[in-house]
Design a protein around this ligand. Structure first.
Ligand SMILES: Cc1ncc(COP(=O)(O)O)c(C=O)c1O
Length: 343
């Protein structure tokens, strides 16, 4: 979370806009909360240039619940394609399998998901309801550099780190906890023609896009405080200059770290160069014990969560929007010192 946003929220914590109440205490159908939702939607729409034929839904249950909600809502012909670029794409595939036929269109499992497979000639037939892609692979540090020609419905889970053309997607979804706000809010941006009543039997009302769209994301009580914080982050991003400005900063941060990794004699990046993520930089010394020593020692220098995901081991630096460039500089300097001592 950007510190400016936290400070602003702190100021309003006990008394939101003279209401005498914290946002946590506001009724989710009150005038004040309606304003919070409306402004958050407007700001997100403005940031992503979301076309008028899309709706923004603020839901709960994380990206993981969407792995089920998407097939339940969209599988009319009971068939979907998946590009398997890692753990999360695989999870979406396994979840959708419960509702219909799932087809693996391409995969990078042969090299432990260290690259994005070639998606030029995917065999997608007309009977596919949608094609699922995971644009940024948090665990493996890979990212699509261009959208695959899926000729159908694309679904991604990476948002707000750079400008995108929303009209190229049928549905986008993301948990707030990376670039948008605290965990507890899930954002779905969906094209209007996909918001339909004819969902699969057994789809809970709360998971039906139509119900949520008709009720302005308040079919049930939303994560009110989380949504308010997301709204503040959207305003922060707009003040910074929007998504082109944040992209430039994110690319600078990533370049700084990758440039060092490419020169280092101790550390090396683990993702294929042409698919390196600007959000999650994965690397290793190649020695498990030394990696662990780096994790432990880095804590003493104020760096947290540099341990790689348990599925891949090694090390990872996540450079989400709120991480300032000074922190990346400090990390690189610290890595240089570690290299001098252990290289
Ligand atoms: C790319 C991606 N998809 C899905 C998820 C799962 O998200 P959630 O924990 O919100 O269900 C994550 C979590 O880190 C992720 O990085």
């Amino acid at each position: 979370m950007p510190p400016e946003v936290l400070k602003e929220a702190q100021k309003e914590f006990l008394d939101y806009h003279g209401s005498g109440m914290s946002v946590m205490e506001l009724n989710h159908r009150s005038v004040l909360f309606n304003q919070i939702v409306a402004e958050a939607k407007e700001d997100l729409k403005d940031l992503l240039h979301i076309p008028d034929n899309y709706k923004i839904l603020f839901l709960q249950g994380g990206a993981s619940l969407q792995f089920a909600a998407i097939p339940m809502n969209l599988m009319k012909k009971r068939k979907a394609g998946f590009i398997i670029t890692g753990h999360w794409a695989k999870r979406a595939f396994e979840e959708a399998r419960m509702y219909g036929e799932v087809v693996e269109l391409a995969s990078s499992s042969d090299k432990n998901y260290s690259y994005i497979p070639d998606c030029k000639n995917l065999s997608i037939s007309d009977d596919f309801d949608y094609v699922h892609i995971c644009e940024n692979n948090t665990i493996y540090g890979t990212q699509y550099k261009e959208l695959p020609e899926t000729n159908g419905v694309d679904i991604v889970s990476d948002i707000l780190s750079k400008p995108i053309d929303v009209s190229q997607y049928a549905l986008l979804f993301a948990g707030a906890q990376k670039n948008m706000g605290p965990a507890g809010v899930t954002i779905v941006i969906i094209r209007n023609d996909l918001i339909r009543d004819d969902v699969l039997m057994g789809t809970p009302f709360v998971m039906r896009y139509k119900e949520q769209a008709d009720n302005d994301s308040r079919f049930n009580t939303p994560s009110c405080y989380g949504l308010y914080m997301c709204g503040k982050v959207f305003q922060w991003l707009r003040k910074l200059g929007g998504l082109s400005a944040i992209k430039e900063m994110n690319e600078m941060k990533a370049k700084m770290l990758y440039d060092y990794l490419d020169k280092s004699r101790l550390f090396h990046g683990t993702a294929a160069r042409e698919f390196r993520s600007i959000m999650n930089v994965t690397f290793t010394t190649g020695n498990d014990n030394l990696d662990m020593e780096f994790v432990e020692d880095s804590k003493k220098h104020g760096f947290v969560s540099v341990k790689g995901h348990r599925f891949v081991g090694g090390l990872r630096a996540s450079l989400y929007n709120a991480i300032p460039i000074e922190n990346v500089k400090a990390l690189v300097n610290y890595m240089k010192t570690f290299e001098m001592l252990h290289g």
